[in-house]
Write a protein that binds this ligand. Structure first.
Ligand SMILES: NC(=O)c1ccc[n+]([C@@H]2O[C@H](COP(=O)([O-])OP(=O)(O)OC[C@H]3O[C@@H](n4cnc5c(N)ncnc54)[C@H](OP(=O)(O)O)[C@@H]3O)[C@@H](O)[C@H]2O)c1
Length: 238
């Protein structure tokens, strides 16, 4: 380093933080907006099975309660607003169509919360699935724009709801790409993914790069159709 008077000083850098040294998230409450759907239910089931306290959210409290009762494992069911209010981490698992409207309505309840968006804006036609291009860049960036007082991250895009919900499957063999602006937040989401046996959360950049991650699901759908599979992803050499 060169000081203002031109003296070159030998400054010792702090050792790089171990990227696998992640926080203990076992005491955090996880809410799932749209948790009555395939993806939300699957995530709720896996996280609760791993010992996490989970609340399923829905536009109708009774639908959330019914889904929670069906899954057991101490899962609670509440309307989306109450779910957001009572949770530390809130996973957004509603369809792209209802994404903006859902988040706009919950701005207050989600203030200060760690929000994890897993929404993939996709279109479908005769040729299969294709990525849509949200005005803000991605679903995650739309969430960040609508929720300026929340800590928005993105993750869990590439998981198969079928595998998540299958009680015969003990481990989900996949990595979870985690994106966000603050390391403290992405570390928490990585740790949360790592609670599910077989899964690993891997930091994959800032929200401006969420579009590629969301879009990749269109490719995975093509893989699944050709190979009759529930494909996941592994990042190698990390
Ligand atoms: N399915 C997968 O394998 C998978 C994998 C990765 C990511 N994702 C993403 O996860 C999200 C949910 O997927 P999904 O397959 O679970 O969807 P889904 O079953 O169609 O919908 C999830 C839940 O969202 C609520 N919902 C439906 N329309 C809504 C609207 N217009 N506004 C607000 N809430 C609405 C419904 O719950 P209530 O009626 O109870 O409110 C529904 O049960 C999607 O954005 C998808 O891209 C899905």
């Amino acid at each position: 380093m060169t000081t203002s008077d031109g003296v070159v000083k030998d400054v010792k850098k702090a050792p790089a933080k171990d990227p696998w040294d992640l926080p203990d998230v076992s005491g955090m409450v996880v809410g799932v907006l749209g948790g009555t759907g395939d993806q939300g239910r699957g995530l709720a089931y896996r996280l609760a099975k791993a010992g996490q306290r989970v609340i399923i959210g829905s536009r109708a409290a009774e639908r959330a309660q019914a889904a929670a009762d069906e899954l057991g494992l101490g899962i609670e069911g509440l309307d989306n607003a109450e779910c957001a209010r009572r949770s530390d981490i809130v996973i957004v698992a509603v369809p792209w169509d209802g994404h903006a409207k859902t988040l706009e309505a919950l701005r207050e309840e989600l203030a200060g919360k760690l929000v994890v968006d897993c929404v993939n804006p996709l279109g479908f036609d005769k040729q299969g699935a294709y990525a849509l291009k949200p005005e803000e860049g991605s679903a995650a960036q739309q969430a960040a724009a609508l929720l300026p007082e929340s800590r928005v991250t993105a993750a869990f895009h590439h998981l198969s709801a079928v595998l998540l919900s299958d009680p015969e499957i003990a481990e989900i063999d996949t990595d979870v790409m985690v994106l966000g602006e603050k390391r403290a937040d992405t570390d928490i989401v990585q740790a949360l993914a790592g609670r599910i046996p077989g899964m690993r959360g891997v930091f994959a950049g800032r929200l401006r790069n969420a579009h590629q991650v969301e879009s990749l699901v269109a490719n995975l759908i093509s893989v699944n159709r050709r190979y009759k599979a529930h494909a996941g992803l592994r990042v190698t050499d990390v």
